[in-house]
Design a protein around this ligand. Sequence first.
Ligand SMILES: C[S@@+](CC[C@H](N)C(=O)[O-])C[C@H]1O[C@@H](n2cnc3c(N)ncnc32)[C@H](O)[C@@H]1O
Length: 442
Amino acid sequence: MQPSHKKPRNVSSTPDATTTEKRGEAGSGEAEQGEAGSVTEHHYFAGLDLTGKRVVVVGAGTVAQRRVPRLINSGARVEVIAPEATPAVEAMADAGELTWHRRTYAAGDLTGAWYVVACATGSEVNAAVAAEAEENRIFCVRADDASRGTAVTPAVAQHGGLLLGVLAGGEHRRSAAVRDALVEALRTGVVDECSEPPAAGVALVGGGPGDPDLITVRGRQLLGRADVVITDRLAPRELLEELGPHVEVVDASKIPYGRAANQDVINSLLIEHAKAGKFVVRLKGGDPYLFGRGFEELLACVEAGVAVTAVPGITSAFAAPSAADVPVTHRGVAHEVVVVSGHVGPHDEQSLVDWPALGRLRGTIVLMMGVKRIAEFAAVLTEHGRDPKSPVAVVQEGTTRNQKTLRTTLGEVAEAIREADVKPPAVIVIGPVADLAPESRR
Ligand SMILES: C[S@@+](CC[C@H](N)C(=O)[O-])C[C@H]1O[C@@H](n2cnc3c(N)ncnc32)[C@H](O)[C@@H]1O
C-alpha cells in the first residue's frame, strides 16, 4: 500500500513499543516537524464502535496480549490467528473471550473483518496482512512499522468513565507522558472534568494502610470531589492537604464519648451532611470493611435513605507485612492466613475468636489491635499447641516513613514488644512466613 504523502514514515505510532513494535525500522522519509519542533500528528481521531464486529489480530505475542483486552472490552468479536500464543492470550481463548486459530495467516483471513491488527513476528506476514486489509478497505494497525498501516493505536487510559487517547506522531514516550499527566491531573482534580457538582450522598473510602500513594484511583477521585470529609486517625493524613479550602474536614477520631457513642455520632454526621445536599467522603484507614465498622455506616445510611457507595482499600493486614518483606502466604510454607482482631482479650465473653483452633493452626495469623494484650494472645496460642519458637514479625506504622519491624518468636514476643516500646498501630504476624525475609533486607 502507498502511505499518504503526509504520513511520517520513520516512526511507530503506538505508544508502547515492545520488541516487536520497532521505531524507525523501515521508514525512509523524514517526519514532518511541528511548530514546537516535534513530529506533526496527522491521523484522524475517531472512536470505533466495534460491538459484535469481527476484528482480526494476526500474531499472539506480547503486542497482541496488550492490544486484545481493550478490543474484547469494546465488544469486538476478536479472532486471533497465530501458530503460538503467550499464556495470557491462550487463557483468553480458553475463557472464550476470543477465538484462536492455531495456524499461520493465509490470504482471505480478513474477509468480513472491520479492523485488523498485524502483529506477527515476521514483517513479511504483517506486510501481507496490511496489503489484504488495504485491498478490502479495512483499517489495519501494523505493529512492526506503523507508518505502513492505515490506523495507529493511541496511548490510552480510562478514568472514571472517560477514555483518553493521545497520539504524538509516533513519539511513544511523549504520548505516554501526556496521557499520564492528563490522568494524574484528572485524578488529583487539577483538571475538573465535571461541570456538575457531585450528587449528595456518602462514599465510604478505604484510604489504604498509611502511605498516601496507596489509596485507590477511585478513592482519590471521590476525595477530590468531596464537600465534607469525615476522616479517621489511621486514614493517610497527607491526603487531606490536597483538599480545597471549601472542603469541611471532620476529624472523627476527635469526636468525644465512648466508642459506641462515637460511632452513632459519626453515622449521624454522615446522614445529616448528605441530607443537606453534600457529597460526603468517609475516609478510613485500610479497607472500610476490615475491622473498620464501615458496614455499620453503610447500614445506617441505607436505613436513613441516603445514597451510599463503598470503595475498597488496601488493608494494613496484608500491606504492612508486605512492606516489611513478610508475605502472608508462601508456596510450601503457608497455605492459609487468618486475620484476627485483638480488640478484646482471648477470654473476654465478647470475643468471637476460636483461640484454641488458632493454636492448632499451622498457617499464618495476622493479629490486629493486638499490641496491648499480646501476652494473653501468645499464652493462649501456645497453650493450644502453637510452638513458642514460631517466628513473629511485628510491623508498626507499616508503609509510612515511621515504619518499624520487630522480629522475634511467639514465646518472646510480649517481652520484645515491651522492650522495643512498640505502639499501635501495628500488626503482629505469627507463623513461618515471618522469618523469610533475606538477611540483607532485615
Ligand atoms: C480498627 S483496625 C482498622 C483496620 C483497617 N480497616 C485496615 O483494613 O487496615 C486498626 C488496626 O489496624 C492495624 N493497622 C492499621 N494501620 C496500620 C499500619 N499502617 N501499620 C500497621 N498496622 C496498622 C493495627 O493493628 C490497628 O490497631
